[in-house]
Each structure stands twice: as C-alpha cells, then as structure tokens.
Design a protein around this ligand. Structure first.
Ligand SMILES: [Fe+2]
Length: 344
C-alpha cells in the first residue's frame, strides 16, 4: 500500500492533489482499528507481521481499562473495529453492553474450540492461560486436584492473590459449575483456613513466597512461569521460579481450568470485513504460535506449539465446561468468596 503511493503520484504527474485524495480514501478502506487492553509489546509484532503480509494498516489504541465505557460513549461514531481483551468475563461484558456484533466465519469456527467462543459468534478466544499449582520443589507433588486446596493437610501452607481478582473468581466460578454453591462455599472456607498469609499481591508473589518459606503451594497463572523462568522478569524472579514445580491441577473430569484472551468485532465497526480478516489471521497457525509465545500462553488452535518452558508442565487437558457457563457463575462465586472472608 505504502509502496504504491509514490508510484501513483508519479504516474498522475500534475494531478497530485487529486491523486493524494483518492489514495487517501483507499488507505482508509485498507485499515483496521483495534482497541486493546493487552500490553503493546505482546501484540505489536503480530500486527506488524499482518501489515507486512496484507498491506492493511493496523491502528491500535491501548487502553489500560475502561474499554466498554469508551466504546459505549463513542456510540455509532466509534472508530473501533476489533475489541481485544483478557478474561472471558470482560468479553461477555462487551456483549451484554451491546458493543459487539456476531461474526460467521468457517475459519474461526474451525480454529477456536466451541467451548472457547461465544455461541452467537460475538467473541472468540485467541489464547489461553491455565490456572496452575505452584508447589515447593521439595514437596515432590506430581498431581493435584483443585479440591485438594481445602484439605486440612495444607493448613497455613497456601499462598493466593486476592480471592476477588478475576483470575480467582473465574476458577471459583468453574468450581461452582462443577460442584454447586454449597460445596463451593465449603471449599472456599477450607482454602481460607489454609492460607499462610493474607490473600493479596500478584501471582508471581506465590513463587516468591514459596522461595521465602512462607508457603508450600499456591495457585497462579501458567504464563507467569514463562515470564519468570525466561529471565524476562529479571534475575530475582528467575530465582522465584526455580523454587517451584508447576502442576496442572484438575477437576474430577481430569480437566484443568483455563481462562482466555480474546476479541470481538465492535458493533459499529467501520471496517467490519477487515476486522474479521484480522481475527481470522490471529487464529492462523503462524499467528497462533507467535501470539502464544509472546506471552507464554497456550494457543487455542490445536496442533500449534507452545513455548518449551510451558511444554514442560506436561500436556494440558482443558476442562471442557463452556467458558460462558463459568462466566455466568462469576457473581455467585464472588459472593461466596466474600461470605467466607477470603480476603480478610
Ligand atoms: Fe496476568
């Protein structure tokens, strides 16, 4: 696209002004606008690769938070084509607020497992993260069920970030889908009783505090291990990660809880077709591998390689519960966590 510009100007000779205007409108048709909460460093290389391949310019607005509010306030004149964020709950919120539109695409339907996309095509998962167990190496644990977190043998031995953080809310909600509210409340009070310290900090602090001898096990996201072990988080974090073994915990069905990053086409997308084309690219083998490796996530598309650090955890078997069912239990799970005083 950009390389054609000077050529056309040259050919049109004196009619430069008209030519520029015409080219300008052509440029507008060949661009796509993304609103995203994902870190620029994670997705920019992918978007650059897309532009190089297709000539389509990708304009990105990075938003730390407040994406639904911004898109809603822009209304019909919103330039947003693609809304990209993490956590299934955030994607479901976009649908609930009427900010998305359904997309029918064979490529997307084929690449993204059914339980990881909206039934009406309003959003699609692009990558996954597992909620895993960090365990002190000397424990020698080889397997673990989420239910075990409430076992009395772990009294005073568990570290956890806030029980109201969306990562934990989604896990608790998944437990609720599997076991019902009563059993979930019992489980959560067991976890509360087992905490070694206040439920606070970030996921990486679980590894830090295992190294520090404060706790023996904890629950945290899979990709942080990649960020720590690769050295990307600095030397100190590498030491934290070296203190732990990572186990993929399971529900009784043998599946591990995952959450997603994903994207939705905006309701008033001015470049709808380009947005769909970019989404389809993002689930291609090439993009899935790049995308997953950039943040040590799991690709959603079967058969695409994960980073070797993540592959070491063993084969991920995803809990097949539709993620939308988990989203529906978020409120109840959060209330149960509040009821047992998990963050007190
Ligand atoms: Fe995170």
């Amino acid at each position: 696209m950009f390389s054609r510009f000077p050529l056309r100007v040259a050919l049109m000779g004196g009619a430069v002004a008209i030519s520029a205007a015409a080219t300008g409108s052509a440029l507008l048709a060949d661009e796509v606008n993304i609103y995203t909460t994902r870190e620029p460093g994670l997705i920019q290389p992918l978007l650059d690769a897309y532009t190089e391949k297709t000539g389509v310019r990708v304009n990105t607005v990075f938003l730390k938070d407040g994406m639904p509010e911004r898109v809603a306030s822009e209304g019909q004149s919103s330039p947003a084509d693609l809304l990209m964020t993490v956590d299934a709950g955030n994607l479901a919120d976009l649908v609930e607020k009427g900010l998305t539109q359904p997309v029918e695409s064979a490529a997307l339907a084929e690449a993204v497992p059914e339980n990881l996309r909206d039934a009406d095509g309003n959003w699609f998962a692009l990558s996954m993260r597992a909620r895993v167990l960090y365990a002190a190496k000397d424990l020698g644990l080889e397997s673990f069920e989420y239910a075990n977190l409430a076992d009395p043998e772990y009294k005073g031995r568990i570290c956890l970030r806030s029980g109201q953080h969306p990562y934990n809310t989604a896990l608790f909600a998944a437990y609720d889908v599997h076991h019902g509210a009563e059993a979930t409340e019992e489980w959560l009070s067991g976890i509360k009783a087992n905490l070694a310290r206040k439920a606070a900090g970030g996921d990486r602090e679980v590894a830090k505090d295992i190294l520090g001898g404060i706790c023996d096990i904890g629950i945290a996201n899979s990709y942080y291990v990649g960020l720590m072990r690769s050295g990307r988080g600095g030397d100190e974090q590498k030491e934290w990660a070296d203190a732990i073994n990572v186990i993929l915990p399971t529900f009784e069905n043998g599946g591990t809880h995952v959450n997603i990053s994903g994207a939705a086409v905006a309701k008033h997308a001015p470049n709808r077709d380009q947005a769909v084309a970019l989404l389809e690219y993002l689930v291609s083998d090439e993009a899935q591998e790049l995308y997953a490796k950039a943040n040590f996530e799991y690709p959603v598309k079967a058969g695409v390689a994960v980073d070797p650090i993540i592959a070491e955890f063993g084969e991920l078997k995803i809990d097949p519960t539709p993620i939308i069912e988990i989203v529906a239990k978020r409120k109840e799970a959060s209330e149960l966590a509040e009821k047992v005083g998990i963050d007190n």
